[in-house]
Design a protein around this ligand. Structure first.
Ligand code: MN3
Length: 240
């Protein structure tokens, strides 16, 4: 077997240069298509990035991606585990003095874990555009892909402080919806399943884009993996 064939069959190539396909992202999902956020015991886990840290260059620089994934996402995972332990301890010991604090923290850290996990898989170095059911739904709910783009970009750019622009599927109304999330957990609609998330916390862009958040958001549209967004919609529709 030559080296290239060996690398591709063992998946090593995936970690170097080849665009991750859905099958290569497979270990990021469990059997029903949900993101893998915990181990079998329910402890939150921090998976490696689904690609090399220079994969999104030059749109997203290697250093930002490394720091962002390792410390911001990784830190949230660690903190979410601690929050859960403290809540369990408070319940077990019937000492509820500070349980509201840990409950609030868990909401923040767990939401960060969810959104960051989705964010990494939402990105690619290949130009894609919405297809199939996703495109149909975008046209039905927003008029056109271009209108959605303008809407979600504006929503993400205008977040007060740190937060996210989010495209989600709302099963109650059977519609796609755009939300502007502050921090990781505020301004949600109950029930919405996030499909595309745009991180506009300063840690997501400041090294390269400085104070130009709008440039970062506009650039991000070059590396959105719409195939992944489409897969996420198909998974979400099964819940309807
Ligand atoms: Mn972030």
């Amino acid at each position: 077997m030559d080296r290239k064939k060996f690398l591709s069959t063992t998946g090593v190539l995936a970690a170097t240069s080849v665009l991750p396909t859905n099958s290569l992202l497979a270990h990021h999902y469990d059997n029903n298509g949900l993101d893998k956020l915990t181990d079998d015991k329910g402890t939150f886990i921090h998976l490696p990035l689904p690609y090399n840290k220079n994969f999104l260059e030059p749109y997203m620089d290697e250093e930002t991606l490394y720091l962002h994934h390792t410390f911001h996402h990784g830190g949230a995972v660690k903190a979410a585990n601690k929050d859960s332990e403290m809540i369990q301890k408070a319940i077990t010991e019937n000492n509820l003095e500070t349980v509201d604090y840990w409950t609030r923290k868990l909401s923040h850290h767990f939401s960060s874990h969810v959104l960051h996990t989705i964010f990494w898989t939402n990105l690619s170095n290949k130009k894609t555009s919405p297809q199939g059911e996703l495109l149909k739904r975008i046209e039905k709910d927003f008029g056109s892909y271009d209108r959605l783009k303008v809407y979600i970009a504006k929503t993400a750019k205008d977040v007060d402080g740190n937060g996210w622009g989010i495209l989600g599927y709302q099963p109650y109304s059977d519609k796609l919806t755009v939300m502007q999330c502050e921090n990781h957990e505020k301004l949600t609609q109950w029930g919405v399943i996030p499909l595309l998330v745009i991180d506009v916390w300063e840690h997501a862009y400041y090294l390269k884009y400085k104070n130009k958040r709008t440039d970062f958001v506009d650039t991000l549209f070059s590396i959105i993996n719409w195939d992944n967004v489409g897969d996420r919609l198909n998974t979400a529709l099964k819940l309807k």
